[in-house]
Design a protein around this ligand. Structure first.
Ligand code: A3P
Length: 308
């Protein structure tokens, strides 16, 4: 474990590098505990993202999908109408915190248990990495330019006014050299991408852009992968469309709970909804910055087949 050479005002917390990825110091103990103590079940479904790649959206989709018999997506009592998706799917590395930050206790969760995590593949719990474990991993990735812009807007919220000067350039330089939460972003994605090619039964790789383009088809893909495909009857009742509408940015971001509510561990629910679009980077990055990110993607992902 090595710490980041102190850079004035980089982040309100200290970053430490562990197994090649950067983490907030206050998360490290939780990550270690999770690595050693989490006992995966074959029926578990683990949603993985780099921060700002659409975690909230994927949580909503997977929750609605897995629970669609219990909670009709059109029901006025659906949990997504009164809870931020972050609350409905516990985060793996914080499920071992005591006292629980958001009341998460993984043991009584209904089967299949749904978890989310930002952990890179190398730091996944030992029980998940075992060759005889057949739990499912769903990785959602996003193009590096929009991911960076979204991350930058998130960073702004964490800073005091005086720490905001020159923030875009500073955050950009750090992101490019791999120093971002759970970064390097490119290594994070590449690890899961390779696994999805080698072991497609266990790892499904999704792209934010494709979910925006054709949410219905991506939902079907997700449903097939996690073993709960849509039946002919459900197709005829348009359940796919109902779920994608329920989980859409416009719908979720305008719900009262997501406009005014707070997560039990402090963040405003609204912080997880900003623009929800593809290509917002054009409004924030200079051509040189965009070029630089493209160049890094080329270098890092090379001929792996991972492109955006
Ligand atoms: P932007 O900042 O580009 O708007 P995460 O959930 O991993 O923190 O990612 C947050 C990003 O996903 C934000 O991107 C947010 O607006 C977007 N987002 C949240 N909910 C979404 C939804 N239902 N559909 C599409 N994008 C969504």
């Amino acid at each position: 474990i090595s710490s980041l050479p102190t850079e004035k005002g980089w982040h309100p917390g200290n970053l430490y590098q562990y197994q090649g990825f950067w983490h907030l110091s206050q998360h490290l103990q939780k990550i270690l505990t999770c690595q050693n103590q989490f006992e995966a079940r074959d029926s578990d479904i683990i949603l993985v993202t780099s921060p700002k790649c659409g975690t909230t959206w994927l949580k909503a989709m997977a929750f609605a999908l897995v629970n669609r018999t219990k909670f009709n997506p059109k029901s006025t009592q659906h949990p997504l109408l009164s809870n931020n998706p972050q609350e409905l799917v516990p985060c793996l590395e914080f499920a071992f915190e005591s006292p629980k930050p958001n009341g998460v206790d993984s043991s009584p969760l209904p089967t299949p248990r749904l978890f989310s995590t930002h952990l890179p593949l190398v730091s996944m719990p030992e029980s998940v990495k075992k060759s005889d474990c057949s739990c499912k991993i769903v990785y959602l990735c996003r193009n590096p330019k929009d991911t960076f812009v979204s991350l930058f807007h998130w960073e702004i919220k964490l800073r005091t006014e005086e720490m905001r000067s020159n923030l875009l350039e500073e955050t950009f330089q750090n992101f490019c050299r791999g120093v971002s939460l759970y970064g390097p972003f490119w290594d994070h994605a590449l690890g899961y991408w390779k696994q999805s090619l080698e072991n497609p039964e266990r790892v499904l790789f999704l792209r934010y852009e494709e979910m925006k383009e054709e949410p219905g088809n991506q939902l079907r893909k997700l449903a097939d992968f996690i073993g709960c495909p849509f039946s002919k009857e459900e197709e005829s009742f348009n359940v796919v469309h109902q779920i994608s509408k329920l989980c859409s940015f416009d719908h979720l971001s305008n719900l009262e709970v997501n406009r005014t509510g707070k997560l039990s561990y402090g963040y405003n629910n609204s912080a997880f909804f900003r623009r929800g679009e593809v290509g917002d980077w054009k409004n924030h990055l200079t051509p040189q910055m965009a070029q630089k990110l493209d160049q890094i993607s080329k270098e890092k992902w090379g001929d792996s087949g991972l492109t955006f």
